[in-house]
Design a binder for this molecule. Structure first.
Ligand SMILES: C[S@@+](CC[C@H](N)C(=O)[O-])C[C@H]1O[C@@H](n2cnc3c(N)ncnc32)[C@H](O)[C@@H]1O
Length: 162
């Protein structure tokens, strides 16, 4: 395995790979469909694309809930059927997927709260601490009120349709 720290937008592997993955940064290709196309440029024939992305599990009822999920506009995320339809329409076969539920979201976000708290305790004089204190005081409320219910997360395994 080789780690390369670089801008992934436009990155194409020197040697084609069996699995090309982007979990949580689909802006590198301008969205899920563009990112799948970008990853495909690094793929061997018959290879797998793994795409991790966020979607609305339930469309939020209003602007406050949308903002509570960290975006300005409801259009900033697709619904799950919208996301799948877009990938299918772009010529991909969806061959596997794994989705977060409330409990796996809890494990993901709560670990971040614990890390924030431990960092604050270990570095009380760090200049970032006031910001982290605000975040730790506010993030759990936003999460249980909005994100836990409305935000979906899935990893989609795709093969180019033949
Ligand atoms: C939401 S995180 C997802 C991290 C991890 N894949 C996961 O699922 O927990 C997005 C990651 O993509 C990285 N990232 C953002 N833009 C990037 C770019 N243009 N090129 C390479 N990495 C980028 C960020 O630094 C961050 O680590």
């Amino acid at each position: 395995m080789r780690f390369l720290e670089a801008d992934a937008a436009g990155f194409v592997a020197d040697v084609p790979v069996d699995i090309a993955s982007c979990c949580g940064a689909t802006w590198i290709g301008g969205g899920p469909v563009g990112t799948a196309a970008l990853l495909a440029r690094s793929l061997k024939p018959g290879g797998l694309v793994l795409l991790g992305d966020v979607y609305w599990r339930e469309v939020p009822p209003g602007p406050e809930a949308v903002r509570g999920c960290g975006v300005e506009r409801v259009e900033d995320f697709p619904t799950l059927p919208g996301l799948v339809d877009d990938l299918l329409a772009a010529g991909w076969d969806l061959v596997e997927m794994v989705h977060a539920d409330e409990h796996s979201w809890d494990r993901y976000v709560a670990a971040q709260w614990l890390n924030l708290r431990r960092f604050i305790d270990a570095h009380p004089d760090d200049e970032i601490v006031p910001h982290l204190r605000t975040e730790l005081a506010e993030a759990p409320g936003r999460y249980v009120r909005y994100q836990r219910r409305y935000l979906g997360w899935g990893v989609f395994v795709l093969m180019r349709r033949t």
